[in-house]
Write a protein that binds this ligand. Structure first.
Ligand code: AMP
Ligand code: MG
Length: 417
């Protein structure tokens, strides 16, 4: 199935803004075909195919929200406390008879409301008398402390929209509605490569100018969090022919091919030429720092994304290009990144016209609010700058300077995945 048409975006060679890239992805990347029906315990973080309508109301029946005494709204004490004989007792799971007017019913949390009763007094608020009656205070409103059937979800209403990436609370909702299985999109198959003559397998033999591959493990873990089926295809040498053959092969058997490294403009950066020889480029450079060189293309209908080799650039561009592509291929509704306004506790200068990301930690400010502290160093190769911070601060294209006290947009790491 063709997820991305070859002519979907005429590559003009200029820097593309993140918003343009997001529009390109949203309009051109289609969900892959295939669904499966899975038991609820396997549904977390998966994508629901179609809207789930509630076959029953929630709650299923009108019940008490507290331990206490139920009575009819018409019998509520008006101006002063009043005593009522306690004529019945209904506990959770038991059936209740209709209430006798002028009496109270001992009731427990989750027990069905006796027919006719609509108000419950909390047991802490009543006085039990020696003769077994109960004295209830004045002032409670009719309908207090009970949960009407359907107050949470009305029968027939959409309980979960189609395309939702399920959280544990959605799984709970499906269970509460009595369902045992859900129909989900199949997981997408993603091939992942590292590139570079200097990159070697962690723990393997290493020459003096070689480094252990870290990107593949970071990107694999990030894809895992997005619930992709990740296929680790190892490290590719800086060799155009080998690269071309490997990418073409991977595209034939995967829904997305992801690489890191080799996308800059140096003579040993062969990814661009490889894509152009077996497919076409739709995106070349993003107006973003870190991360300017990012390649997106199509190989025989399969999307390809080439991220920059520097780990921080790889991480940031994953969030802006790979994440929305994976969600779209997976059939998930778009999940725009939610940035929180936070006070900057640093000074920073940047160039106009590109979006920049600053790694930052959260810190308690003296007035009890939170502020963002910039990681002291800026290199795009510093893994510690990702490991030791809480998120990234996004500085828009128009920003040229950040001063302490200014409000900035903070993207916490958990929301990037
Ligand atoms: P490149 O994008 O190929 O020009 O690489 C930019 C920088 O990232 C170079 O310093 C590379 O050594 C480094 N790099 C490339 N791939 C990886 C990788 N898989 N893990 C860690 N660093 C990498
Ligand atoms: Mg390289």
């Amino acid at each position: 199935m063709v997820q991305l048409s070859n002519d979907c975006f005429a590559f003009g060679g200029k820097l593309m803004t993140i918003d343009e890239a997001l529009t390109l992805i949203a309009t051109r990347v289609r969900p892959v075909a295939g669904e499966e029906r899975l038991p609820l315990l396997d549904c977390d973080n998966r994508i629901l195919v179609s809207p789930l309508r509630a076959p029953v109301p929630l709650p299923l029946f009108t019940n008490s929200a507290v331990d206490g005494y139920a009575l009819r709204g018409a019998d509520l004490p008006q101006d002063e406390p009043r005593s009522f004989p306690v004529t019945a007792r209904v506990q959770a799971g038991a059936a209740a008879d209709p209430i006798t007017p002028g009496t109270a019913v001992r009731i427990f949390t989750g027990a069905p409301m006796p027919q006719g009763a609509d108000t419950v007094f909390m047991q802490e608020d009543v006085r039990l008398e020696a003769d077994g009656s109960v004295t209830l205070p004045a002032g409670l409103k009719p309908g207090a402390n009970m949960r009407p059937a359907g107050e949470d979800i009305v029968q027939g209403a959409v309980a979960i929209p189609g395309g939702r990436r399920l959280r544990p609370q959605h799984v709970a909702l499906a269970a509460a509605l009595g369902l045992t299985h859900l129909t989900l999109r199949r997981r997408i198959r993603v091939a992942i490569f590292s590139t570079g003559d200097e990159v070697v397998e962690p723990g393997g033999p290493r020459g003096p100018a070689q480094l252990f591959d870290s990107n593949r493990f970071m990107l694999g873990a990030m894809l895992g969090r997005l619930n992709c089926e990740v296929h680790d295809l190892g490290i590719l040498r800086d060799d155009r022919a080998a690269l071309t053959a490997a990418l073409k092969d991977a595209a034939g058997t995967h829904d997305l091919v992801l690489t890191s490294g080799g996308v800059s403009a140096g003579e040993e950066d062969h990814v661009r030429a490889a894509i152009e020889s077996v497919g076409s480029l739709v995106l070349w450079s993003l107006a973003i720092k870190p991360g300017r060189p990012v390649a997106m293309g199509v190989i025989a209908g399969t999307p390809f994304i080439g991220l920059p080799g520097n780990p921080v650039a790889s991480f940031v561009t994953f969030a802006h290009v790979v994440r929305p592509t994976v969600l779209a291929l997976s059939g998930a509704a778009p999940e725009p990144l939610v940035g929180l306004p936070l006070r900057a506790a640093f000074t920073y200068k940047k160039k106009k016209g590109r979006r920049e990301y600053v790694r930052a930690s959260l810190q308690d400010a003296s007035d009890g609010s939170l502020e963002a502290v910039k990681f002291p160093r800026e290199g795009a190769g510093l893994l510690s700058s990702l490991a030791d911070t809480d998120g990234i601060i996004e500085l828009g294209e128009d920003v040229e300077r950040v001063n302490p006290g200014q409000t900035v947009r903070f993207l916490a790491y958990p929301i990037l995945l």
